[in-house]
Design a protein around this ligand. Structure first.
Ligand code: HEM
Length: 429
């Protein structure tokens, strides 16, 4: 039996103190697959990361504990119904569906850039999150968005309380106050959504948004049961703005740190239509450098920097044996800083994505995961972030607050984020 190497002076104590540092040390000193503790392995390079994510039978993903299906007398949707719900959501989230709604997204991101108060240091993540929630909720529910937006903000809050680091890992069945709060917010959201679903179905006006796609009958499985629609939507609704706002924090920070890159983004954005609502997917596709910059920031700071899988049965990964019952952590963060895949991996160089000959291999970019659980919202996220970046750089120079201390804290607990990020905008004039 060939065990992955173990990092000397690694282990949970070191890990809980500096997770990014230990992840890098593990990759540097132990190689592509290493062991953090007995039965906890880390896939640190692109090859094994991709392998774990693609082999979903051998390395299943645990159901998200954040918004579990609500208990009902009719029972939870079957695995088959969940798979159909996934297919129906993807019809609404695929690149062609996003491409048809670029004007609407651009209007939301332009409003953010226009409303940024200039000449003062501003804590920017709350307004970013608000903007992206408005865009995301509108993308999913169109004219029903105003009803659902405040409830979506509550879901986010409930999630924040739930994932806050705590001294105790309560068993899943204990109804802690945070879990009761989450369930109340989930019930409130679902209760508001149910009459919308019923109204749309009974009127026959299903809607051109993502919900509309879920309501359309499929030649394959007919109509989705109401509960199969309702159960998945709290998590999807929060997903439209939670990770994107973490990504946006890193991007805005890079616009402040790299003014020449920001100038280049601004020059590209000058060619966008003056009326944001008139922006089309062709305009979006023309923002080559801006897209490369977004991708480069996502490479250096993948907001979902560590993904968790289990190995229910003994299996092989790379040349190693993985014991039954182990946890496997997939680490896009270290995979993205591997010099075999990305030349000078610690350098911020958006240009690397522009030259097809030099661009990193497709499988080497793992910020949106891959395989059967890869990100459903990648096209929507890229559209929102590219437009937000272009319009912000077009209107403002950004800078960090003066002084030796960074205007944010890096957290790694629930994603890689710039908590408390403060930035100053000055009009480009
Ligand atoms: C920059 C923004 C985003 C990043 C970096 C990101 C990243 C990821 C990653 C890495 C995964 C895979 C998780 C895993 O394998 O365990 C994932 C899954 C997922 N993402 Fe995103 N995401 C983003 C935006 C979005 C948006 C806008 C949506 C909106 C619908 C979304 C919906 C989802 C869903 C539903 C899954 C779960 C798929 C599954 O388990 O089958 N994400 N995302």
């Amino acid at each position: 039996m060939n065990e992955p190497p173990r990092l000397p002076e690694g282990g949970f104590a070191a890990w809980s103190h500096d997770r990014l540092g230990v992840a890098r040390r593990g990759a540097d000193e132990c190689g592509d697959v290493w062991q953090l503790e007995p039965g906890v392995y880390v896939a640190a390079a692109a090859g094994p990361c991709e392998e774990v994510l693609r082999r979903a039978q051998d390395f299943p993903k645990a159901p998200s504990p954040l918004f579990p299906p609500l208990k009902r007398s009719s029972g939870a949707p079957t695995p088959e119904q969940r798979a159909y719900a996934h297919a129906a959501r993807m019809r609404g989230l695929r690149p062609q569906a996003v491409a048809a709604r670029i004007g609407e997204i651009a209007r939301g991101t332009a409003r953010f850039a226009d409303q940024w108060p200039t000449g003062q240091d501003v804590e920017i993540l709350p307004p970013v999150r608000h903007t992206l929630a408005e865009i995301g909720v509108r993308y999913l529910y169109s004219e029903d968005a105003p009803t659902l937006l405040p409830l979506a903000a509550d879901l986010f809050l409930a999630r924040e309380v739930l994932v806050r680091p705590s001294r105790w890992a309560w068993p899943r069945w204990i109804p802690t106050p945070a879990r009761r709060f989450r369930t109340r917010k989930q019930v409130a959201f679902t209760d508001a959504l149910r009459p919308i679903v019923r109204r749309r179905r009974s009127s026959g006006r299903l809607g051109d948004d993502m919900l509309g796609q879920m309501l359309r009958p499929s030649p394959h499985y007919g109509l989705l049961p109401e509960e199969a629609i309702l159960d998945t939507l709290p998590a999807i609704t929060v997903a439209t703005f939670e990770t994107p706002s973490r990504a946006a924090g890193w991007i805005l920070l890079h616009l402040a740190r790299y003014p020449r890159a920001a100038d280049r983004v601004a020059a590209e954005a000058a060619l966008l239509p003056a009326d944001p609502a008139a922006t089309t997917s062709t305009d979006l596709d023309s923002l080559h450098y801006t897209q490369a910059l977004v991708r480069e920031v996502l490479r250096l700071h993948p907001p979902s920097w560590l993904l968790t899988r289990r190995a229910p049965r003994r299996t092989q990964l790379a040349d190693y044996t993985i014991d039954a019952g182990s946890t496997v952590l997939v680490c896009p963060y270290t995979a993205h800083r591997d010099a075999r895949e990305h030349a000078e991996p610690d350098l911020f160089r958006p240009e690397r994505w522009l030259d097809d000959a030099d661009a990193p291999a497709k499988g080497a970019f793992l910020s949106f995961g891959t395989g059967p659980h890869g990100c459903e919202g990648a096209a929507l996220a890229m559209a929102m972030l590219t437009l937000l970046t272009a319009q912000t750089a077009h209107r403002h120079h950004l800078s960090e607050p003066p002084g030796p201390e960074p205007g944010y804290q890096v957290t790694t607990f629930e994603g890689l984020a710039t908590v408390g990020l403060r930035l100053r905008a000055t009009g480009r004039g």
